[in-house]
Design a protein around this ligand. Structure first.
Ligand SMILES: Nc1nc2c(ncn2[C@@H]2O[C@H](COP(=O)(O)OP(=O)(O)OP(=O)(O)O)[C@@H](O)[C@H]2O)c(=O)[nH]1
Ligand SMILES: [Mg+2]
Length: 467
């Protein structure tokens, strides 16, 4: 989306619900002409004069084509007058019957009578521009819609509530205080700063840097929770890869058979492991195959393993390691990997000692995919291989999920570091104040006080239409 500031305040409309079969659909319109346009086509049951209809009331009635008088649908309609609406403008919502045709017809009527089709995210963009929410909150709207796990949703809801924004505001307060004190010195350039005051300013800056760094450390977890991890299951034929997939999913998704070479193509499934969304890929067993289709499947399996962020290598622990297993284990290399020693119910013959040269002991899980044992331990190992335990957030703590926020915080730490350096070396207060101003502006980028048309365009174009 191209955003041009200042924003032209026309009237936009879109279908806000997912297209397709459904009980109801919501068509939304926002802007100065919203009520005029709605009043041309909505007729409530009581025949109320449109000027007498209350704001934030739900009216039952009909949408009629203003040109022909033909009834389009029986609907519920509400008008939310500015500034008390999502966008801060006049907003109307029509709740019509669902499906493809009815909402499309209503949207066409709105457009014919003066509205413009909304761009993706344009309602939220307007909400941001009209001060209804800050930029971090607006970003959270799309995160709530796209959340893949309960944990991801919880984080997005917290960000939407403004928890991250408050944290950033508390950082900004510290910088503003520092700035006020430093700038008060500008008027007395001939006097040196009291050493006690200087010491205090330094220690406040240092503790601010520590606080920002501790928020930055949560990004590892945040990124994973938001975007998920592509995870490939790799192993020679018949070791139980598909059984393991089924066991993790707790349903019979993939075909399992005693015949080696059962899985040919790869199978992709999403799963929530301890709050982490994994895209789990079951692949064809790795061996020296002669069959063309199987060979292609094996090449694909290796490719998937190299592309994935996490590798789950599987061996049959009830039999000795052979050349095919060793080839699979060689794929671990320097990858983030977990090793599953499967078929533990048959008794394990492969020892840790044999596996040590391939992988650390704490990355080895012993399972029986057939009996679903060892699966919880495997989940623990997957979780700890993705998120460093020390960085794990405490319950209810906000974490960083957005690269944009991470970069801005890193920049602010850099500027605070530069401030410390110049300030400690006794540079003029005016000079050190400059770095504090840059730090403040980096923090302001997160909540959107400092922003550009480009940044806004990039953020809101990722939204769906109607949000
Ligand atoms: N006893 C025992 N048998 C298992 C276990 N896991 C899988 N099997 C059996 O091993 C055979 C192969 O299982 P699959 O899950 O199809 O193996 P795979 O690794 O996907 O095999 P390919 O798709 O051919 O590469 C089946 O007969 C499974 O029932 C286990 O933990 N214990
Ligand atoms: Mg299989």
């Amino acid at each position: 989306m191209k955003v041009k500031l200042p924003y032209e305040n026309d009237t936009i409309a879109a279908i806000a619900t997912a297209q397709g079969e459904g009980g109801i659909a919501v068509i939304r319109i926002s802007g100065p002409q919203a009520s005029n346009i709605i009043n041309k086509m909505f007729h409530d049951d009581a025949g109320t004069d449109s000027s007498k209809r209350g704001s934030h009331h739900l009216y039952h009635g009909r949408i009629k084509d203003p040109d022909t008088g033909a009834v389009v649908d029986e609907v519920l309609c509400t008008l939310m007058k500015a500034p008390n609406s999502y966008t801060g403008e006049n907003v109307a919502e029509i709740h019509s019957h669902g499906g493809y045709l009815v909402p499309k017809k209503i949207l066409e009527l709105l457009i014919k009578h003066g509205a413009r089709p909304a761009d993706p995210g344009e309602f939220s963009l307007r909400a941001f521009l009209n001060g209804k929410m800050d930029l971090a909150q607006a970003e959270a709207v799309s995160d709530v819609i796209n959340a893949q796990t309960e944990e991801g949703l919880k984080q997005s809801e917290m960000q939407l509530e403004g928890v991250l924004s408050q944290r950033i505001a508390s950082f900004k307060d510290v910088v503003l205080d520092l700035l006020a004190e430093i700038e008060s010195q500008v008027d007395f350039p001939e006097e040196d700063i009291d050493p006690l005051v200087k010491k205090d300013l330094i220690s406040r800056t240092e503790s601010l840097i520590t606080d920002i760094l501790s928020l930055l450390a949560t990004y590892e977890e945040g990124r994973i929770i938001k975007y998920g991890v592509i995870t490939t299951i790799l192993g020679k034929p018949n070791v139980g890869k598909s059984s393991l997939l089924n066991s993790l999913l707790m349903r019979e998704r993939a075909i399992v058979s005693h015949q080696p070479g059962t899985t040919r193509d790869f199978i992709e499934e999403s799963i929530d492991i301890r709050g982490i969304p994994l895209k789990l890929i079951d692949t064809a067993g790795i061996r020296t195959a002669t069959d063309h289709i199987e060979k292609t499947g094996i090449e694909l399996a290796k490719k998937k393993a190299r592309e994935g962020e996490l590798l789950i290598a599987v061996i049959d622990g009830s039999t000795a390691l052979d050349q095919d297993d060793k080839e699979v284990l060689s794929e671990i290399n320097d990858k983030n990997a977990v090793l599953v020693v499967n078929k533990s119910d048959l008794g394990l013959t492969v020892s840790d000692k044999e596996l040590e040269s391939y992988i650390q002991r704490d990355r080895i899980a012993r399972t029986s995919a057939k009996k679903s044992t060892g699966i919880e331990e495997l989940k623990d190992i997957i979780q700890s291989s993705l998120i460093n335990r020390e960085n794990y957030s405490k319950d209810g703590e906000i974490i960083l999920t957005e690269l944009r926020h991470k970069s801005a915080l890193e920049n602010s730490v850099e500027s605070l570091g530069a401030f410390l350096k110049t300030f400690k070396s006794g540079e003029s207060p005016e000079f050190s104040a400059l770095d504090l101003r840059v730090a403040l502006s980096s923090l302001g980028e997160i909540t959107g006080e400092v922003t550009t048309e480009d940044v806004l365009g990039r953020i809101f174009s990722k939204f769906c239409v109607g949000k």
